[in-house]
Design a protein around this ligand. Structure first.
Ligand SMILES: [Zn+2]
Length: 209
């Protein structure tokens, strides 16, 4: 199997509810030498294309529509002719950033996307955002969690369109059912694993939000 994950970190900002923060975002590219998919499109088309190289991009998959994850999705689409995929429940967030262009294809729970002959399974995991998804790649033993699960706990739910109870339900009923040795590749910061995070669920609930 020649499927692999390539990675970059891009720097920029995240804005919501009238506040702006400096953020570093992970860009993940999953594929082989011939084709790939891009997971999230923050800040810089050039930084993403440097990871893609000369491969064909089959899809630009957005884990959710916060502006630090979709800012350059339309520009990347222009550069690669690849469709933008987003869960439609994030339309309200998408339209905060992009008013002149919608995404191309709706993501649905349990949908399968094929790249380099292997499957990427879409898991709808609302909470951080209503249309947040995680992307499980069984062949790689990893899941791309966007801002739903980080090393050390769930993604933020303090701002508009987020729900702490919903993200906890998503993590419990969906992510924690994956094999414990599944690597968790996140939207920001370091990777972790399902097994490393699962024992802390009750602590997170006790802390609440
Ligand atoms: Zn986010």
């Amino acid at each position: 199997m020649s499927l692999r994950v390539d990675h970059a970190v891009t720097s920029g900002t995240f804005s919501l509810d009238g506040q702006t923060f400096d953020v570093d975002n992970n860009v993940w590219v999953v594929g082989d030498d011939a084709e790939c998919v891009v997971i999230d499109a923050p800040h810089s088309v050039d930084d993403i294309l440097a990871v893609v190289g000369d491969r064909k991009v089959k899809a630009i998959i957005c884990t959710h529509a916060h502006d630090d994850h979709v800012r350059v999705a339309p520009a990347l689409r222009e550069a690669t002719v690849a469709p933008i995929l987003l869960h439609p429940d994030d339309r309200v967030l998408w339209e905060l950033t992009h008013t002149d262009y919608l995404w191309d294809v709706d993501l649905t729970d349990d949908q399968t996307i094929t790249v380099a002959g292997e499957e990427i399974r879409v898991l709808h995991t609302p909470g951080h955002a209503p249309g947040a998804v995680c992307l499980h790649v069984p062949a790689l033993g990893c899941v791309f969690t966007g801002d739903t699960l980080f090393q050390g706990g769930p993604g933020a739910t303090g701002r508009s369109y987020s729900s702490f109870d919903t993200i906890i339900d998503s993590i419990r009923s969906t992510l924690l059912t994956l094999p414990s040795d599944t690597t968790v590749r996140t939207g920001h910061g370091d990777s972790t694993s399902i097994g490393a995070e699962a024992p802390h669920l009750e602590e997170w609930i006790a802390k609440g939000s």
